[in-house]
Design a protein around this ligand. Structure first.
Ligand code: CTP
Length: 460
């Protein structure tokens, strides 16, 4: 019996796929189809496959062409599969010509002519969401580049008061304006990376104008403001999402799962440090002359693992802030001490100071160590008393998590437009849950209001 094997993603199964499967089957007597897992697709750079693995498998099965369906999960698996199933012919479409010649060592390799005029990519991008970016730091350039990798998205406008920070690539956006209203008129959705002082007003305005919003944390400066914005979004069937790219890095997300699964026992402490020497002092902000304090630049990121691991209802929050006592709003370095029932958290943030930017989650059986810079890591370790039990975990980090955050945002927009509740859509996408967003807003707000803050003069 002649066995044939072929692989693909089969997102929104189309006639090109079916024709390929039919011809593959005709090459022999028995056809094995490898459908790529969601994780494997992510690893190889296919970031916005829309249908989950089960749906893609079901669609291939429904064609009735495959004799066996397997899941492709890792690089190098093709060789394993060919040996394991005694495959005679490996085949894929002509878009892969040459790419799999190395398999000739194990079986015959045949490339079949690709069907013209149809592809999953095209199906996914039939309706492009028009997107506007708002902000003025050079981080916008990274976001602009990442957006280019996401299907179904087109950056049509950038709102900035400082064009000098935009790269040549970003300047090629169709509309560059310093007028937020003009940007809103041109888009379906907005990404806001302006100074945190401007977030609440800008998010509100964008929602009132009927636009979906992804805004860098903190969304607002109090839980009440945050609730108000979420209600506004829900009333209008709009997505409002907190942006913190760390939450979308695979290593970070897997670390949370292992901790939740009890791998280090009961968590007693979460300690996160985030610092950089760039004080992010912009030439000006959208509302007034102001620099990014340590808390504005890093507070939300450092608080994220504390709330995600220990819960969003701390018993107490206290701050120690090193600052110029004449300008308390600008902290050079701060520590946030958060107490929970049976656990403590601490976040150290510094814009203009340098420290080891690591994350340590301590438990009753062992601890997690995420090395610097933990907020964009691809690696972590679980360490135990007996070091031979230690485990290391490596993952690929593409685009610092930015592209995955955008894919989630778009998927949430789709789910909400189809009638899914905003909070439910967020949960399904593994986004930052609303109670976490709310807790972050409350903590940043109370720091700025001076609640429970001990100020100390910084060395000059
Ligand atoms: N294929 C084909 N003709 C098409 C599209 C795909 O013969 N018009 C083949 C591919 O060459 C591959 C298989 O179908 O052997 C599965 O392809 P897959 O990558 O899942 O589909 P694409 O439509 O190419 O997806 P994308 O646009 O995301 O790359």
């Amino acid at each position: 019996m002649m066995k044939v094997i072929t692989y693909g993603t089969y997102d929104h199964l189309h006639r090109g796929h079916v024709r390929l499967l039919e011809r593959a089957k005709a090459l022999g007597d028995y056809l094995i189809v490898g459908v790529t897992s969601d994780d494997f697709d992510k690893q190889r750079g296919k970031i916005n496959v829309q249908q989950p693995l089960e749906e893609r498998i079901a669609a291939v099965r429904a064609t009735g062409i495959a004799d066996k369906i397997i899941v492709e999960e890792y690089e190098g698996q093709k060789i394993d599969d060919i040996k394991r199933y005694g495959v005679d012919i490996f085949t894929v479409g002509s878009d892969w010509v040459g790419h799999f010649d190395y398999l000739n060592e194990y079986c015959k390799v045949e490339y079949l002519e690709r069907t013209c005029g149809v592809s999953s990519t095209e199906i996914r991008s039939t309706k492009k969401q028009r997107c506007g970016l708002v902000g003025y730091t050079d981080y916008m350039n990274r976001v602009y580049a990442e957006c280019g990798l996401v299907n179904g998205l087109e950056v049509v406008a950038i709102c900035t008061k400082d064009r000098s920070s935009l790269s040549k690539n970003s300047l090629s956006a169709p509309l560059i304006t310093d007028n937020f209203n003009e940007l809103l008129d041109a888009v379906d959705l907005v990404y806001i990376h302006s100074h945190p002082d401007c977030h609440y007003e800008q998010v509100k305005k964008a929602l009132e104008a009927g636009k979906h919003v992804m805004c860098e944390a903190p969304l607002a400066k109090s839980a009440a403001e945050c609730d108000e914005l979420f209600s506004l979004a829900d009333e209008r069937d709009l997505v409002l999402m907190d942006s913190l790219r760390t939450a979308y890095s695979t290593a970070y997300a897997r670390m949370l799962l292992l901790v939740a699964g009890g791998r280090i026992g009961d968590v007693v402490s979460v300690d996160a440090t985030c610092t950089n020497l760039n004080t992010n002092r912009p030439p000006y902000s959208l509302s007034h002359e102001t620099a990014w304090s340590s808390m504005a630049a890093w507070g939300p990121t450092a608080l994220l693992p504390i709330f995600q691991i220990l819960g969003s209802s701390p018993e107490s929050v206290q701050f120690s802030s090193l600052c110029d006592l004449k300008d308390k709003a600008f902290d050079n370095f701060s520590r946030i001490s958060v107490e929970f029932q049976g656990a403590v958290g601490s976040a150290k943030v510094g814009a203009g100071a340098k420290s080891e930017g690591s994350l340590v989650v301590s438990g009753t059986k062992g601890y997690v160590y995420v090395p610097a810079p933990w907020w964009k890591t691809d690696y972590f370790e679980i360490r135990y008393e007996n070091s031979s039990d230690n485990r290391r975990y490596f993952y690929q980090l593409d685009g610092e998590g930015i592209r995955f955050e955008w894919v989630s945002f778009l998927r949430m927009i789709e789910a909400v437009s189809e009638g899914t509740d905003g909070e439910e859509a967020l949960r399904r996408e593994g986004g930052i849950e609303r109670d976490i967003t709310r807790a972050i807003c409350e903590v940043i707000g109370s720091f700025e209001r001076g609640d429970h803050v001990r100020y100390m003069e910084v060395h000059k």
